[in-house]
Design a protein around this ligand. Sequence first.
Ligand code: GTP
Ligand code: MG
Length: 293
Amino acid sequence: MASLQTPKIVLLGLPSTGKTSFLAALRHYIEVDTPNKKLIQYDYSENDEYLTKIYFDWLGCALPTRTPANAKTYRNIKLFLQHIETEEKLILDVPDIAGETFNQQWESRSWTKLYMSEIEQADGLILFIHSQDVRTPVFLHDIYALTEGEEEDYISKLEPWSPRKAPTQVVLVELLQFHLEHFHRKPMPVAIVISAWEKLLSGGTGITPERWLERNLPLLSQFLIANQEKLQTNVYGVSAQGGDFANTEERTKLQHLDDAAERIKVQVGTEHSNDISAPIQWLLNTWQSPSTQ
Ligand SMILES: Nc1nc2c(ncn2[C@@H]2O[C@H](COP(=O)(O)OP(=O)(O)OP(=O)(O)O)[C@@H](O)[C@H]2O)c(=O)[nH]1
Ligand SMILES: [Mg+2]
């Protein structure tokens, strides 16, 4: 069982869901003084070179490089953090794992020994879902309607099933079930990060992250509600970049902000902040709560 002094968080998420961008923004939080900052760094990270690279890309609004899908290239990032008020020290071990690893877990229903040891020692998960990239289920009656009820047309339009085509929510429920089997903390704390959240904010719908999850991934949302004794969750809308780095207009706006911390947008319920450490602080609280020991 992992020690309370060295909690370990695993970032879990399918490819291109914002894991590396989150880490880059977290590096910014650690580097600069921001109002209400709760966590400071008391020593350099062992993987400072990699963190600096992704951070400089983020500062320059360069699109993040995909994390390579090779177990040997796990970036075991250790962050040496201290809580400003309690002076409690903690080492956060946050491997930056390629999303492709999680696709492979779903497709082959197996994982590597290295990943298994990450999970056996983990104290909390941050599950990433890209708000703009959710594969939704296809309903047979929709296909049927498209072919105007001609059964032969409809059958000829069906493509053979493959695990890669499974809806996002089906894959995520299955991945969470795999993780539950090996997790030592009960309930398993999972901070859910809905990334590229600025797209929802600019749409002006006023939707909360929980409601977004309920509407867009109902199976996952119901799975979380039905399994509260096994899973403790909190849902965050997070914009780690503040906009689309591939869009020249948005990138220029972001580059001209006086303080890069203003790019970051975090929503929990109806509360808004720039505090990228919020999911980590929530995990910290769950570890301190007696019900999760
Ligand atoms: N608009 C917008 N796009 C974002 C944000 N965060 C990440 N992205 C984009 O989402 C894509 C994936 O981001 P990454 O941080 O590389 O995701 P990842 O989960 O590390 O991806 P893999 O390493 O391939 O598993 C990139 O095109 C990012 O630019 C955000 O806050 N807003
Ligand atoms: Mg990555």
